[in-house]
Design a protein around this ligand. Structure first.
Ligand code: RTP
Ligand code: MG
Length: 148
């Protein structure tokens, strides 16, 4: 089953939005299979956001993501990668639709509450970067085909 890496960024943790965000993905029907509250090191942040290293906002991005605890998570379900991106909304909260996480709670692009993998390749890479194999659990919730 498809898995994605989602992370409540430091602003989401500071603003007490972690429960709200977990709630949205649970209610949507996805399954939480890994989670940890952690403070990201400079090295991990630079690897995670490596694709942006030449961008003018890279320093600010790394500084922010390492500034406080984040909730790193692995979620599982059919099409969870693309669906989670839709539920997050556009990168810039100004353009994110109401009803999305960034549309409902974000204001500025630099502090947009949540990260989510943008493709199957980045999901695999990011899950491996943040989690050991034994930190991702395999379990069933209900004997049903439509509950992931
Ligand atoms: P993320 O990787 O955090 O899930 O966000 P994303 O895919 O929607 O956006 P991406 O293009 O990967 O950008 C990564 C993060 O960099 C910050 N950013 N700042 N100041 C700026 O113009 C700017 N542009 C991007 C955002 O916090 C974005 O989430
Ligand atoms: Mg991205």
């Amino acid at each position: 089953m498809e898995q994605t890496f989602l992370m409540v960024k430091p602003d989401g943790v500071q603003r007490n939005l972690t429960g709200e965000i977990v709630n949205r993905f649970e209610r949507k029907g996805f399954k939480l299979v890994g989670a940890k509250l952690m403070q990201i090191s400079d090295e991990l942040a630079k690897t995670h956001y490596g694709e942006h290293e030449d961008k003018p906002f890279f320093g600010e991005l790394v500084g922010f993501i390492t500034s406080g605890p984040v909730l790193a998570m692995v979620w599982e379900g059919e099409n969870v990668i693309a669906t989670a991106r839709n539920m997050m909304g556009k990168t810039n909260p100004l353009e994110a639709a109401p009803g999305t996480i960034r549309g409902d709670y974000g204001v500025t692009v630099g502090k947009n509450i949540i990260h989510g993998s943008d493709s199957p390749e980045s999901a695999q890479k990011e899950i491996n970067l943040f989690f050991n194999d034994n930190e991702i659990l395999s379990y069933s919730k209900q004997d049903s085909e439509w509950v992931y």
